[in-house]
Design a protein around this ligand. Structure first.
Ligand code: SF4
Length: 456
């Protein structure tokens, strides 16, 4: 089932390291943005209805008429459908050329609405909690109206910053069906928070966290950072100690990266790679010892609290993004909405969603991407003949460097020099595909980019 993502690109101010799509001086545009979001949801709604109508017709005729009759009928239906869509200016140009494209292109920007029974919803940003009480009500209302009852999603995450998460907003979220909160702490050291350009201080975080618990939220993620300029190992240990004491369900840890255009970049601040590595290792060991499972490079969870939404990304599952700069992956096509706020609002309100890019991967490239995503997780990826044929040399190189752990499918064995030998070809046996698993050893997660480079 695809996951749903909604981007809220507004913040009180810009943190000094931030290169996410967020605007600090556009509070005035939030109401129009919500209208534009609603317009984008509506398009998904229309598409969903048209598509399900089309597939109903397809299944009815399949049982009654011949293949050629089916194709003729289908083409008429698809032409009609395209006409309808074109009249709403719904389709990107490349998707309007032939009726057959309805079956083969992703229709990004005009997604059909899939079933939600098993879906996840993630409201991220920016700072979604920066919305006012009234705007928050509006956001939940339009989600309920166009994407279906929020409570039907199996996991609904809402990103928040402690300085904009009042008890009143927390109650709205709880009553509205949100069941997971991702709270940005970054560090428990106020001086470092100031250095990062963050608005909240530790006391704000402690208050917001306690309010969330009082309101009944059990599934809370805390974001922290390592490699902050001036941060010592002791600072990080104190942050970890704080989190462990709170017993939060989930922790995400990110190493500071310096991106072009940020305050840190302009100040020519450079992250200390060696220190960041030591901190990451300390966090990994400390959190694991405290009962968190290190289930993905940057993510740690108490039993039963892995992020379902993000697991879908790492398992190469489909997702649909709404809003400025939101990314989508459907039918093998990756795409992204424009990150320009004004362009997003005006195009969406005119029912002409604007894409920044769209690409459909295939062959080795697509397989490589799937491997890279899967290797981010502790479970790794399932190995099959397909992967061996395309990446045997790369896997052997990583094996020789000791960077990966491998459980070979029964049809394969390792020779003394760690060469993979295919002892016999069985392919399918007893109706079951014989597979093994490929994983990054947790102690090498930190250099995962080196490992990923083998699959690009
Ligand atoms: S709160 Fe998050 S999105 Fe907003 S400026 Fe800071 S890092 Fe960027």
């Amino acid at each position: 089932m695809p996951g749903y993502y909604i981007h809220i690109p507004f913040c009180r101010s810009r943190c000094h390291y931030c290169d996410f799509t967020s605007y600090a001086d556009k509070k005035i545009k939030i109401d129009s943005y919500l209208k534009a979001l609603e317009a984008e949801f509506k398009l998904a709604d229309i598409l969903s209805k048209l598509k399900s109508q089309n597939s109903n017709n397809k299944s009815q005729i399949n049982s009654k008429i011949s293949k050629s009759q089916t194709l003729k009928f289908l083409n008429i239906k698809l032409k009609k459908l395209n006409k309808t869509l074109n009249s709403h200016n719904l389709l990107p140009k490349a998707c309007r050329l032939s009726p057959i494209v309805f079956d083969t292109c992703s229709l990004r920007g005009v997604h059909s609405k899939p079933s939600k029974a098993q879906s996840t919803l993630y409201i991220g940003g920016g700072t979604p909690s920066f919305l006012s009480v009234k705007q928050l009500h509006k956001l939940l209302e339009i989600i309920n109206l166009h994407l279906g009852p929020i409570k039907k999603f199996k996991e609904i995450t809402f990103e928040a910053n402690p300085d904009s998460l009042s008890m009143e907003k927390i109650k709205i979220l709880k009553n509205g069906g949100i069941n997971r909160i991702s709270l940005g702490l970054q560090t428990a050291n106020d001086k470092l928070l100031n250095k990062l350009g963050r608005n909240a201080r530790l006391s704000d975080f402690t208050k917001a966290y306690s309010n969330l618990k009082t309101a009944g939220f059990k599934n809370i993620n805390i974001d922290i950072m390592c490699g902050i300029p001036g941060q010592t190992l002791q600072d990080l240990k104190e942050t970890l100690f704080h989190i462990i004491k709170l017993n939060s369900a989930h922790v995400s840890i990110y190493g500071l990266e310096i991106h072009k255009g940020t305050v840190f970049y302009k100040k020519k601040i450079k992250p200390d790679g060696d220190m960041a590595f030591e901190m990451y290792e300390t966090a990994r060991k400390t959190l694991t010892k405290a009962g968190y499972e290190h289930y993905e490079i940057s993510n740690f969870a108490k039993k039963g609290y892995q992020s379902k939404h993000n697991m879908n990304y790492w398992q190469n599952g489909e997702y649909i993004g709404f809003g400025c700069s939101a990314a989508s992956y459907l039918n093998g096509t990756r795409s992204k909405n424009t990150k320009n706020l004004s362009s997003y609002i005006s195009s969406s309100l005119k029912n002409k969603p604007l894409l920044e890019y769209s690409e459909t991967l295939s062959g080795k490239e697509k397989l490589g991407e799937q491997i890279i995503l899967g290797l981010r997780t502790k479970k790794g990826i399932v190995l099959d003949d397909h992967i061996f044929i395309k990446f045997k040399d790369n896997i052997e190189r990583l094996l020789n460097l000791g960077l990966i752990a491998i459980a070979l499918p029964p049809a394969y064995r390792l020779t003394g020099d760690l060469k993979i030998q295919k002892s016999r070809y069985t392919g399918q046996a007893g109706g079951r595909v014989k597979t093994g698993r490929l994983k990054i050893k947790p102690k090498h997660f930190y250099i995962s980019n080196r490992i990923f480079s083998e699959f690009v």
